[in-house]
Design a protein around this ligand. Structure first.
Ligand SMILES: Cc1cc2nc3c(=O)[nH]c(=O)nc-3n(C[C@H](O)[C@H](O)[C@H](O)COP(=O)(O)OP(=O)(O)OC[C@H]3O[C@@H](n4cnc5c(N)ncnc54)[C@H](O)[C@@H]3O)c2cc1C
Length: 474
């Protein structure tokens, strides 16, 4: 349940008192991700005008973004046009625009279109499902050197950064520079960081094997670091240990209890130690879309809206927040920022709004059904935790592959991904090894390393890590 059983708000009623007298009612959904699409679909039979606003024209299947970043898949394989997903739902219109604010007084959402015009979209009911964006724990200056992985263009930027680093390493005669170019650092060892690191390790060992004449990509150094004392903290400790073992086996250096102090064009400094690297990737923190601030509602430490038992914004009639943007609890523990939570909340809120439109009080508060947690660590190995069940290895990897194929948004995505996976499985090749544009100073810095007074780490050298000062970020 989103509310604890003893939460007095679980007894609350929500009303639709501020509905306009006009019909049909207007329902606005901001965000065409997992939560927003689920909410729109569950309102399919409603006598209402639904407007789905998204700043992108496509829905992204984020769990496979890391495969776009590592050249397995092309962007279109894991994305679907929101208009196409909405095609058959006649009460649903799609607006391509960025929502910039919510005006509670006039009950409207302010939007900015791609052409730069601003408009107000009035609503009787509003569902905010804007997800999260990369967050740098107050160090936004890191963003320039350490891209996050949240959008298709982030994935393409990362792919270009990785492939360009190998191209430059092949050309340079400077040994330090070659070592910097072939060192890849990932900050954040949650599922995204772990999956990305494993995929990069296998790309360097298998896919790029024999492709270069002056370097051997298998000698790359892939470093996965985190502020916490163990990787995959959302999994049981035994699975987290298995994940670390598997990563080490693939050649990834796992460093825990590392506090990132600086990210710059030469690499990263963590716990006082400089790791020269041309490719630092950010898979650590996330922060909500700036839109949520304009709701003026109370938030948790991560900036997510603290929702009521019906996924409603307490004290404001007819506004709901779902998915990653919402802070909700189950048995006293915060619900994780995963697709299942967003989908179930989207469907639930659709039903609540349908009830309110019919003048009925919604039934039960939101209750999350936990189907379990999965992470894949390279070819043939995945982890699964579901209640007391813990699994890992090849069979789990098959389950992971099946679930992900079946969850892709459209049949064409499923067919394309299956073909790409089969090809890669049999040949080790990856079909999307494209450098989107010529390497620029911003993509890969060409400057030589200057680390005279700093301890350095070179690929293959033993790691000497100081005891942790504290366990953030990540
Ligand atoms: C790399 C990565 C890997 C992941 N892997 C997994 C996994 O394996 N399993 C799992 O369950 N979960 C995974 N997740 C988490 C999962 O993707 C999220 O929990 C889920 O997407 C949340 O759904 P949502 O609807 O809240 O937000 P999202 O799906 O992020 O959708 C938000 C939408 O809002 C739009 N938007 C944002 N701001 C605005 C605005 N101001 N105006 C208009 N539109 C706006 C965005 O364009 C986007 O379409 C992963 C996430 C990432 C980033």
């Amino acid at each position: 349940m989103s509310a604890m059983p003893d939460d007095p708000r679980a007894q609350e009623k929500i009303s639709a008192a501020t509905m306009s007298p006009l019909k049909p009612r207007r329902i606005v959904i901001v965000g065409g991700g997992f939560g927003g699409i689920a909410a729109a679909r569950s309102l399919g039979r409603c006598d209402a005008e639904i407007t789905l606003i998204d700043k992108r024209n496509h829905h992204i299947f984020q769990p496979l973004l890391y495969q776009v970043a590592t050249a397995y898949l092309a962007p279109a394989d894991i994305a679907a046009p929101i208009r196409q997903l909405a095609q058959k739902q006649k009460n649903l219109s799609v607006v391509l625009a960025e929502a910039t604010g919510v005006d509670l007084a006039s009950r409207s959402v302010q939007v900015r279109t791609p052409a730069g015009d601003t408009r107000n979209v009035p609503f009787d009911f509003l569902v905010v499902a804007t997800g999260m964006q990369p967050g740098y724990f107050g160090h936004n200056e890191f963003a320039k050197y350490a891209p996050g992985l949240k959008t298709l263009s982030d994935a393409e930027t990362i792919r270009t950064k990785i492939l360009s680093a190998y191209e430059r390493a092949e050309l340079t005669d400077n040994e330090n520079e070659r070592s910097r170019l072939m060192t890849f650092v990932l900050v954040g060892a949650g599922p995204s960081g772990v999956e990305l690191a494993a995929s990069m390790a296998q790309m360097s060992a298998l896919t790029l094997r024999g492709n270069f004449r002056r370097i051997d990509p298998a000698n790359s150094s892939i470093v996965l670091l985190d502020g916490a004392s163990r990787i995959l903290p959302s999994f049981a400790e035994s699975l987290s240990r298995k994940a670390a073992w598997r990563l080490e086996k693939l050649g990834v250096k796992v460093l825990t209890s590392m506090k990132v102090e600086r990210v710059d064009e030469q690499g990263i400094i963590a716990n006082g130690q400089r790791i020269p690297s041309a490719t630092v990737l950010w898979t650590a923190g996330v922060t909500p879309s700036p839109l949520v601030k304009t709701l003026g509602a109370s938030t948790d430490r991560a900036g997510r809206i603290s929702v009521g038992p019906f996924m409603d914004v307490p004290g404001v009639s007819g506004i709901f927040v779902i998915g990653d943007t919402a802070s909700a609890f189950r048995n006293g523990k915060p619900l994780p920022g995963v697709a299942q939570v967003a989908i179930q909340q989207g469907r639930y809120v659709g039903r609540v709004i349908a009830d309110l439109l019919e003048g009925k009080q919604p039934g039960r508060p939101f209750a999350y059904f936990d189907k379990g947690n999965m992470a894949v660590i390279g070819k043939n190995f995945a982890l699964l935790e579901s209640g007391r069940l813990q699994m890992s290895g090849f069979l789990t990897w098959l389950v992971w592959a099946f679930i992900h194929i079946m969850s892709l948004p459209q049949l064409q995505n499923r067919l394309r991904v299956q073909i790409q996976w089969l090809w890669s499985y049999l040949t080790g090749q990856r079909s999307s090894r494209l450098i989107s544009e010529a390497p620029s100073a911003q993509v890969v810095s060409a400057q030589p390393v200057q680390t005279a007074d700093l301890r350095t780490l070179t690929p293959g050298s033993p790691l000497k890590v100081k005891a942790p000062a504290s366990s953030t970020p990540a």
